[in-house]
Design a protein around this ligand. Structure first.
Ligand code: 5GP
Ligand code: ZN
Length: 145
């Protein structure tokens, strides 16, 4: 797939959420009134050139890539993690997972790749909005740290 600068890459194709006129009503506010970082991503803060079939999912490149391809795939609607979305809306959870696999295909990861969804403190989750990491483009070691 094409390489772009990680993070706020220049857009060649608009972010679907932003193209619809933004998704501000979907922005999740934490109790301390801070707005969820990845709700802002879903609204187009980190545009990427990858466009999946579903408009309910947004992919963007990780700002700190751990592999030649490192894309984050998130639902437009806020969910804290994969377990929460699977519980609340299994159909939507499946849609996000299918979009992650679609992104891997679009990125040319036919030789294999890794999907990771960190959950909670021990899982190493640092942003509390569900994101599948799509990692590939090099052989990945196991077990993870
Ligand atoms: P976690 O540790 O929660 O599984 O993954 C969070 C990921 O989000 C990390 O890989 C981190 O590099 C990425 N990230 C954090 N802030 C930003 C940002 O502002 N822009 C982008 N593109 N990625 C971010
Ligand atoms: Zn959010």
């Amino acid at each position: 797939g094409r390489r772009v600068t990680p993070g706020c890459a220049p857009v060649s194709v608009g972010c679907p959420a932003r193209a619809r006129g933004g998704a501000l009503s979907l922005l999740y506010e934490a109790p301390d009134r801070t707005v969820c970082l990845f709700c802002r991503s879903a609204a187009g803060a980190f545009p990427a050139e990858i466009v999946p079939k579903t408009p309910r999912v947004v992919p963007f490149r990780d700002v700190n890539p751990q592999a030649p391809t490192h894309v984050l795939v998130i639902p437009v609607q806020h969910a804290a993690n994969a377990a929460e979305l699977a519980d609340a809306d299994p159909g939507y959870a499946g849609e996000v997972l299918a979009a992650a696999a679609e992104v891997a295909r679009l990125e040319g990861l036919g030789n294999g790749y890794r999907l990771v969804a960190n959950i909670g403190v021990d899982g190493g989750q640092t942003v509390e909005h569900l994101h599948w990491h799509v990692l590939g483009g090099r052989p990945l070691t196991w077990p993870p740290g």
